[in-house]
Unconditional design. Structure first.
Length: 292
């Protein structure tokens, strides 16, 4: 069947009966023959790629290599250099890949055969621009499959010896951790079993977050342990770490996303770009790395 007319001002918009095939054109970007269509009603032409998310892109050949580079510790500027594109193209493509990955992740959650019965979650602290502007990434994993169920960036205030300096330099920083974490769990709640077992560390806000989204869940907490030398401060010295699934996922994030690596030149300039980067890593990790 021919696709529907995409012209909003056409009376046959979104209807297929007035469209017919109208030859091919060779797409310059990847040298593929693309089927073109014609609407008899509005006399406009469109093609098979008009409905794609990649529509009008000039460098679609770099999309897949860029996804792999960005999920393999390569920085924004170095990926641009390796692929022969500009830094701004990498940033624009990160947002595009994030949208595509989000659609794929939603499909992945919808396709899960049984709702998650055993989940662990934790927060990974990072920063935007400076250590005086910390960010928190809430990460939830399915212990059985090791799949990342959700990741959400939220803003938190500077803490410890930097707290006073941060307020003096940038003013009071809004803390939206509770709200963002609550909304994140609300988004994935349809894929979680009502009586899910949730394991976390002893963070004081976690019981409230769990109660708000999963009132019938069983919540188990474990005391924080000393980190081992490898594992970027996320893996623990205890060989029988009860929170191994989430700690290992955090270590994977630290080691696979250039901007999260500790003691390196890479860092996030904007929190929302970090969120886009995490969205595409979530897809890469679950569906390419783990092959779920
Ligand atoms: Zn039309």
């Amino acid at each position: 069947m021919n696709p529907a007319c995409p012209n909003l001002s056409c009376t046959s918009f979104n209807k297929t009966f007035n469209t017919r095939k109208d030859g091919f054109f060779k797409r310059a970007d990847d040298s593929r023959d693309i089927q073109r269509y014609y609407c008899r009603n509005c006399r406009k032409r469109f093609s098979k790629s008009t409905h794609c998310l990649e529509y009008m892109q000039k460098k679609r050949r770099v999309n897949t290599p860029l996804l792999k580079l960005l999920c393999s510790k390569v920085s924004i500027r170095r990926s641009a250099m390796l692929l022969g594109i500009s830094k701004n193209t990498v940033l624009a493509k990160t947002i595009f890949l994030s949208k595509k990955a989000t659609i794929e992740h939603e499909k992945f959650l919808a396709m899960m055969q049984t709702p998650v019965k055993h989940m662990q979650f934790d927060d990974l602290v990072t920063k935007e621009q400076t250590k005086l502007k910390p960010l928190s990434i809430t990460i939830a994993v399915d212990v059985k499959t090791r799949a990342i169920l959700a990741m959400q960036v939220s803003q938190i205030g500077a803490f410890g010896h930097l707290a006073k300096k941060a307020v003096a330099k940038y003013g009071t920083r809004r803390n939206n951790h509770f709200k963002k974490a609550k909304n994140m769990f609300a988004d994935i709640s349809s894929s979680i079993n009502e009586n899910v077992l949730i394991e976390t560390d002893e963070h004081k806000r976690y019981p409230d977050i769990i109660k708000a989204n999963f009132p019938n869940a069983i919540h188990k907490t474990y005391k924080g342990e000393k980190a081992c030398v490898v594992g970027q401060g996320e893996l623990k010295q205890n060989s029988n770490d009860p929170l191994f699934a989430i700690n290992h996922t955090c270590a994977m994030l630290r080691d696979n996303i250039g901007r999260l690596v500790r003691r390196s030149w890479g860092l996030s300039q904007k929190g929302y770009m970090l969120q886009h980067h995490l969205n595409l890593f979530k897809y890469f990790y679950n569906q390419i790395y783990l092959g779920l």
